[in-house]
Design a protein around this ligand. Structure first.
Ligand SMILES: Cc1ncc(COP(=O)(O)O)c(C=O)c1O
Length: 400
């Protein structure tokens, strides 16, 4: 985008919505979701029917979700946070057991490892993809490692095959290769080496929270797996432990499942729209001096849940923060740091990871920022956001 066009856009336009940096509804709803909610309520109002979990909606949703991800099974749950807990519970972790989690992440997986009273080993990230760095994972793996828990950061697949190979090379003496569990809360609909995210690894946890790629009325999630024994364990954990062992209530509701079936049919169109926004944005921002844009490795299909930008190294920290403040205050463009290294910013996690160093994540956490993106964002709004970023960066470079 040349300077004249940028100035014209900034003078003549404003965003039609005050887009939150991470919009509060990730996809969108139409009458189809409303109708299916009403229909499901009407059908459940009979005292001989009710909203019980053992119902066609849940079974159909789980089957459709597994088919979408290409897995043998999918277990519906009430959110990815509990799904992450459940995946770890299925390992029966002991206090000496270690789980490796990238620190440039949402906090859920790190907190969950501590919640299971296991040892949290944080790992560093790849500076280009922002995913858990396989070389660093291999440096931190020990005979006590039970699992590697990468996040599919901001909608891009992590290199799951690399972690699987590392796990094979470093089997636990009792349990064999550490399990690879994916946190795909932000990455539903993405792809990796010709398969959907969720296919590879032992289990993958998804979120249908209101901000995610597909949503089920605010909360919701699913775990995919090809391991049918593991799926059985998850179902027991979800429903008070089944016949043998501990469990609680982590179930999705019937109405959520009905909505999930509709949203799942729309998911690919949501992702296509996100990709269009991202491609147009990359085209418009590619010549902005000092700005690093998100990459899509050749074997990946990015969902662009977030569009992650990096300021130059010299701008890390204070100048990045000034850019974000300028964008908000002077251009009306909200941005978010998604995410800084969890073990640096969450005291509870910091306390349990003292002495663990992640120089790349530390630096990226001080350089990254994410402008808003959404399937409903128009080209005009995207142009305004790009013009604002280019303009604010130029002013910061030139000190005006
Ligand atoms: C990467 C990641 N993992 C886990 C979660 C937790 O998901 P949920 O809100 O469904 O519990 C979120 C966000 O909410 C997330 O972004």
């Amino acid at each position: 985008m040349d300077k004249a066009l940028r100035k014209e856009i900034l003078q003549t336009r404003r965003l039609s919505r005050n887009w939150p940096a991470e919009p509060l509804l990730g996809g969108y709803y139409t009458d189809e979701e409303i109708d299916v909610v009403v229909k499901t309520i009407r059908e459940s109002m009979d005292p001989t029917v009710g909203f019980g979990f053992i119902c066609k909606e849940i079974t159909d949703f789980e089957q459709a979700f597994a088919a979408y991800c290409g897995t043998a099974d999918a277990v519906s749950i009430n959110g990815a946070g509990t799904g992450i807990d459940m995946a770890l519970m299925a390992l029966d972790l002991q206090p000496e057991d270690e789980v490796i989690v990238p620190t440039l992440n949402f906090r859920a997986a790190l907190v969950a490892v501590l919640g299971q009273n296991a040892r949290l080993v944080v790992c560093d990230v790849d500076p280009v993809t922002l995913q858990a760095d396989p070389n660093d994972v291999e440096r931190r793996i020990t005979p006590r490692t039970r699992a590697i828990f990468p996040v599919h950061m901001n909608g891009l697949s992590a290199p799951i095959d690399d972690y699987l190979e590392i796990a094979e090379r470093h089997p636990h003496p009792k349990y064999g290769p550490p399990k690879v569990i994916g946190d795909a809360a932000r990455a539903l609909g993405g792809g990796y080496k010709g398969t959907k995210i969720g296919k590879r690894g032992w289990m993958t946890v998804f979120s249908f929270h209101t901000q995610k790629n597909m949503t089920t009325l605010g909360e919701g999630g699913a775990i995919t797996t090809d391991d049918l024994e593991a799926a059985k364990r998850l179902r027991a954990l979800r429903q008070f432990g089944g016949s043998d062992g501990w469990g609680s209530n982590y179930k999705m509701t019937k109405v959520q499942a009905a909505v999930g079936l509709v949203q799942l049919r729309k998911l690919d169109s949501f992702i296509a729209a996100r990709r269009k926004v991202a491609q147009e944005r990359t085209e418009m921002l590619k010549d902005v001096e000092g700005l690093t844009l998100p990459v899509e490795p050749p074997d990946c299909y990015h969902t662009y849940y977030l569009y992650t930008c990096l300021v130059p190294k010299e701008w890390a920290g204070e100048k990045r923060d000034r850019l974000m403040a300028m964008l908000r205050e002077e251009y009306g463009v909200n941005t978010v740091v998604a995410n800084p290294p969890v073990h640096r910013v969450v005291p509870f996690v910091a306390k349990h990871t003292q002495g663990q160093e992640t120089p790349v994540a530390d630096e990226l956490g001080a350089r990254l920022f994410c402008p808003p993106t959404h399937p409903l964002m128009t080209r005009e709004e995207n142009e305004y956001i790009c013009a604002a970023i280019a303009d604010a960066m130029e002013r910061l470079r030139e000190g005006v």
